[in-house]
Design a protein around this ligand. Structure first.
Ligand code: CP
Ligand code: NVA
Length: 308
């Protein structure tokens, strides 16, 4: 029987050493991009299935595959028989006969995991309701660029304990970046993820903290990070969440509690005036467009690691 393919279904599909190696390779790929296209993925086709909208992930993966000499094949589930009831298992088995890798954005992690379990090619999580691991790779690259390393630094995520928060907790804890999550009551990250991140942090000499006090959470942080208050699939809750999340808006006042040289990160898309004030995201501390660019470099490094 052939070896099981190497997937990136969640942050912990990489161990800390491999995660750091992906970040190192991403730095190299970023520095050498001017040299032009490469041949790492020559002759390989990477299919991408999006069951939710996407700007950054879709475009950065397509460009990443193209610049590594491969062929991206963007698909939407509405165009596939998957949208008419073909099983995930059959879809995975069939696509495995045509293409060399699958990048998938979907709803429940169970859908992604079932696809991976039935695929004989690497499957990459391009966002599920539970995790956004590719985002976390770019976030770490951005933090390291800005601060030169992770040890002794703290990132505070302010807002909903969602997919982005989960992947940041786990990835930060793996590399020794302390992560705090400041969230409204009732919107904490999954306690299992927090417990696992705490275990990983104990091994990397970092700390994991959750709090319902935004000022305490942000105090002295090197990085302040936020995300939308209602994620894709939670549109019905958006209105009700506005009042609950109001004290967690990253205003200039809240950001002022962070370290003097603190950076602001946001996975984007952003809603100015909701989770973040325009003066913060458009201000001098914001590195959100470096962060968005780094999606492409880290995803190139990830694909090269999984497929070559
Ligand atoms: N940050 C992120 O994943 O953006 P998209 O939804 O545009 O892909
Ligand atoms: N938490 C957001 C992230 C978007 C990139 C969502 O899932 O919609």
């Amino acid at each position: 029987m052939a070896d099981a393919p190497s997937h990136f279904r969640k942050v912990e599909d990489l161990d800390p050493a491999r995660l750091l190696a992906v970040l190192d390779r991403a730095d190299e790929l970023k520095a050498t991009r001017v040299a032009g296209p490469r041949s790492d993925l020559a002759g390989r086709t990477i299919a991408m299935i999006f069951e939710k909208p996407s700007t950054r992930t879709r475009v950065s993966f397509q460009v990443a595959v193209t610049e590594l000499g491969g062929s991206p094949l963007p698909l939407s589930s509405a165009e596939l028989q998957l949208g008419r009831g073909e099983t995930i298992a059959d879809t995975a088995a069939v696509l495995s006969r045509y293409v060399h890798g699958l990048v998938v954005r979907t709803f429940g992690q169970d859908r992604l995991d079932e696809l991976a379990a039935n695929a004989t090619i690497p499957v990459v999580n391009a966002l599920t309701d539970e995790e956004h691991p590719c985002q976390a790779l770019a976030d770490l690259q951005t933090v390291r660029e800005r601060f030169g390393g992770f040890a002794g630094h703290t990132l505070t995520y302010v807002g909903d304990g969602n997919n982005v928060a989960h992947s940041l907790l786990l990835a930060g804890a793996m590399v020794g970046l302390s992560v705090r999550v400041a969230h409204p009551d009732g919107y904490a990250p999954d306690p299992d993820v927090v417990a696992r991140a705490s275990e990983l942090a104990a091994a990397s000499d970092a700390e994991v903290v959750t709090t319902t006090d935004p000022v305490a959470g942000v105090s002295g942080a090197d990085v302040v990070y936020t995300d939308v208050w209602a994620s894709m699939g939670q549109e019905d809750e958006a209105e009700a969440r506005l009042a609950v999340f109001e004290p967690f808006r990253v205003t200039a006042e809240l950001f002022g509690h962070a370290a003097d040289d603190a950076a602001f990160l946001h996975c984007l898309p952003a809603h100015r005036g909701e989770e973040v004030a325009a003066e913060v995201i458009d201000g001098p501390a914001s590195v959100v467009f470096d962060q968005a660019e780094n999606r492409m470099h880290t995803q190139k490094a990830l694909l090269a690691s999984l497929l070559t």
